[in-house]
Design a protein around this ligand. Structure first.
Ligand SMILES: Cc1cc2nc3c(=O)[nH]c(=O)nc-3n(C[C@H](O)[C@H](O)[C@H](O)COP(=O)(O)O)c2cc1C
Length: 180
């Protein structure tokens, strides 16, 4: 797919068919996401992919921090990608000090870049995605047995689209740009 078309027509998908997204497709998508830029090429984002239906239902009910808008999305998706990050790498010097006044915020920046790359790669295959930022990190970390040196950046629900959402309005260039 043409990049401009992909950027413009990708939508967050929250309703999915029952068709399963194959492991091969998920691997292809993660492989493409690995081409995303990262802080000093540290490539800290990782992908724990939950396909087990019982665990999806459990997280849908108990891992959404009371934000039940995300419950149906998680319960109905084919796979839930838990985006993880290796702690204390992005934004750091070798001696453990911060490289910039932004401290460790670059960790989330890298996760965002990787997430969009992941979602565009999925879209190219006709697979729908949505980033979920509201979730219970401690609950999900325990469920997936997350290593101590990692944190959860975000979730991405994945599945074949069963809806065609209208694009939420975008800001005008006037609102976005200030030339100097
Ligand atoms: C950091 C982040 C967190 C988000 N969290 C949620 C969420 O918890 N639940 C949800 O349904 N959508 C979530 N979204 C999706 C946004 O609502 C969506 O991207 C926005 O409305 C624009 O729609 P579009 O993706 O179709 O262009 C999130 C998106 C981002 C980037």
């Amino acid at each position: 797919m043409n990049v401009v078309k992909a950027i413009k027509t990708r939508r967050s998908i929250r309703k999915y068919t029952t068709e399963i997204v194959s492991r091969i497709d998920l691997e292809d998508i993660v492989e493409l996401a690995s081409y995303a830029p990262s802080w000093k090429n540290t490539q800290t984002p990782g992908y724990v992919i939950i396909q087990d239906k019982e665990m999806l239902q459990d997280i849908a009910e108990h891992g959404v921090s009371g934000f039940t808008f995300n419950t149906g999305t998680i319960a109905g998706c084919s796979a839930l990608v838990v985006m993880t990050a290796k702690k204390n790498r992005c934004g750091y010097e070798k001696d453990g000090s911060f490289s910039t006044p932004k401290g460790d915020k670059w960790e989330m920046f890298d996760a965002g870049v990787a997430a969009q790359t992941f979602m565009l790669a999925a879209y190219e295959k006709g697979i729908g995605t949505v980033v979920l930022g509201i979730f219970d990190e401690a609950y999900i970390a325990e469920k997936i047995n997350l290593e101590e040196d990692k944190s959860i950046s975000a979730l991405i629900a994945v599945g074949y689209p069963a809806e065609k959402p209208v694009m939420p309005k975008r800001k005008s260039l006037d609102e976005l740009i200030r030339f100097i």
